[in-house]
Design a protein around this ligand. Structure first.
Ligand SMILES: Cc1cc2nc3c(=O)[nH]c(=O)nc-3n(C[C@H](O)[C@H](O)[C@H](O)COP(=O)(O)OP(=O)(O)OC[C@H]3O[C@@H](n4cnc5c(N)ncnc54)[C@H](O)[C@@H]3O)c2cc1C
Ligand SMILES: NC(=O)c1ccc[n+]([C@@H]2O[C@H](COP(=O)([O-])OP(=O)(O)OC[C@H]3O[C@@H](n4cnc5c(N)ncnc54)[C@H](O)[C@@H]3O)[C@@H](O)[C@H]2O)c1
Length: 472
């Protein structure tokens, strides 16, 4: 057996593991990176990248049938589902070199392509290689959770790991789960010509601001997606070549079934017990992202059991590099400034607290300011007036923002920056933005916070009266 001693051993070469490896190795630490499957993990191969690529094809098709009032006649798009999937593959291939074994070996990282498991609190094995390290980073990500519905294993269901390889367009896609994956893929498929039914046991897009989520769900329904909330599927089966999903009061039929019912953290095969690493649904870590039972071990990204986003995995990686490479043991992960976006049309994006939590925390001190897309000149010019922004303000500072509308994922960045840096509403209001841009929606919301203070203020009016009296 080959034996390696290293500074940092990272398990998993997805968004989190790769970011730790890049940072640590380029700062001079010795790094071993172990990947059992594809370099790039979920985001590149089965997640963000293919889903956003397919949504882009779908948006192009929708734009042809819905040109709005722009003076262009609608046209029937010739949708080639297989070609759209070829586009997603090309996008993956274009981005893949950035996550490749060769690139990381170029940084001096020893990359091992095998599955890793702990054999002791200080040692991991990957195939015939044993690695002891000063610090370990669990960056094993997550996989689709398949609910134990009667009959589900007897039908050929799809998950995000197989959907993007499907080249025949589903005639009628049944989707179990109305979270971000289910809803993004529902819109992609309805626009590419499938019929789509989403069966959601609770509320669809439940993690999002309810007002903003409702706008997205209404749009999907208008486009023809059947979204059934409160649908408890009790049995899955097949009949006459169709897949059927039974709830208490109805049977739904489709040609294909996509399971998008949440995620399971990848801990199987890792043998965390042998490493004295306490886990529940994820690795149990504190805000320092270190295992509560084995201080040599960190967890990042989906494996850390917090928000499951690529940018969060990257953020975690930065904390780990500070702590494990630079010895800044005080480095801690925050949650309050992390943006979340769902790339439907209209987009949905949030940062910071939701309204309910903000009210609990700040009570009557909380102020809510809003601005609507239909007052934004660029949105009017482009015929993209559906949308709104809601900013939660406490003590003059934004503590949360929710946006639904075109480019919401871009617009939320300004609020993420303000919250991350403890900036006041005046920081947004004082920023001069180019005209006409969608980002002026943010500024209008910030101005909305100051308007009553400036324009409905009797003391200010008296002061201005005096100034005007004495000004030469
Ligand atoms: C369909 C879909 C769309 C998404 N869209 C977005 C989006 O638009 N924006 C966004 O921010 N997030 C999105 N996400 C979430 C995002 O993909 C994940 O949060 C992110 O990939 C997590 O990164 P990670 O490093 O924790 O794990 P991963 O990227 O999953 O990487 C984990 C890696 O570890 C490897 N591994 C696991 N166990 C072992 C082991 N024992 N030994 C060796 N290797 C192992 C795996 O093979 C994998 O390569 C999406 C997810 C899905 C499924
Ligand atoms: N745009 C993005 O950034 C993006 C896109 C996709 C996914 N993601 C990430 O991936 C994570 C996972 O996404 P997801 O949509 O799979 O999970 P999710 O947990 O967000 O949503 C799953 C949904 O499935 C429902 N569900 C569970 N069991 C069910 C059953 N038996 N029948 C019907 N419905 C059932 C749940 O109630 C829930 O609403 C997200 O939380 C997000 O962090 C991000």
């Amino acid at each position: 057996m080959e034996r390696i001693k290293t500074d940092i051993c990272i398990i998993g070469a997805g968004s989190g593991g790769l970011s730790v490896a890049a940072g640590a190795s380029q700062m001079g630490a010795q790094v071993v990176l172990i990947e059992g499957h594809e370099m790039g993990g979920d985001c590149l191969n089965y997640g963000c990248v293919p889903s956003k690529s397919l949504l882009a094809s779908a948006k192009a098709a929708y734009g042809m049938t819905h040109p709005g009032d722009l003076g262009i006649a609608p046209a029937e798009p010739q949708v080639d589902y297989a070609a759209a999937k070829a586009h997603t593959r090309r996008v993956i291939e274009t981005i893949a070199p950035v996550d490749s074994q060769e690139r990381y070996e170029g940084f001096g990282v020893r990359v091992i392509r095998d599955w890793a498991r702990f054999v002791s609190p200080t040692e991991v094995q990957a195939g015939a290689i044993s690695i002891t390290a000063r610090r370990f980073v669990i960056a094993t990500g997550s996989r689709p959770f398949v609910p134990p519905i009667d009959g589900i294993e007897d039908v050929p269901y799809l998950t995000n790991e197989t959907l993007f390889d499907l080249s025949e367009r589903p005639e009628h896609l049944l989707i179990i789960g109305g979270g971000p994956i289910g809803i993004e893929m529902a819109q992609a498929h309805i626009r590419l010509g499938s019929r789509v039914t989403v069966l959601e046991t609770g509320k669809a897009l439940a993690a999002h601001d309810p007002e903003c989520a409702a706008i997205v769900l209404n749009r999907l329904r208008e486009e023809g997606v059947e979204i059934v909330e409160g649908a408890q599927v009790t049995r899955i089966g097949s009949e006459d070549g169709s897949i059927i999903a039974e709830t208490a009061d109805r049977t739904y039929r489709g040609s294909h079934l996509l399971v998008a019912a949440g995620r399971r953290v990848n801990l199987d095969g890792l043998d965390p017990e042998a490493g004295n690493i306490a886990c529940d649904k994820a690795v149990r870590v504190g805000d320092d992202l270190r295992s509560v039972t084995n201080r040599r071990v960190y967890a990042v990204g989906d494996a850390a059991g917090r928000l499951q986003f690529t940018h969060v995995a990257g953020y975690h990686a930065g904390i780990v590099v500070r702590s494990a490479v630079l010895g800044m043991r005080w480095a801690k992960a925050r949650q309050d400034h992390l943006p979340r976006a769902t790339y439907t049309d209209p987009e949905l994006a949030e940062v910071g607290l939701g309204e309910e939590e903000a009210r609990r925390r700040y009570g009557s001190k909380l102020e809510v300011v809003r601005s609507s897309y239909d007052h934004n000149d660029r949105a009017i010019a482009e015929g993209r007036k559906t949308g709104t922004i809601k900013v939660l303000v406490a003590g003059g500072k934004p503590c949360g923002a929710a946006i639904v509308g075109a480019h919401a994922g871009e617009l939320v960045g300004m609020w993420a920056m303000a919250i991350a840096n403890g900036q006041k509403m005046s920081a947004i209001a004082n920023t001069v933005l180019p005209y006409p841009t969608f980002s002026e929606i943010n500024k209008r919301a910030a101005s909305g916070y100051f308007s009553p203070r400036l324009f409905d203020n009797p003391r200010l009016k008296t002061f201005v009266g005096l100034v005007q009296k004495y000004l030469p």
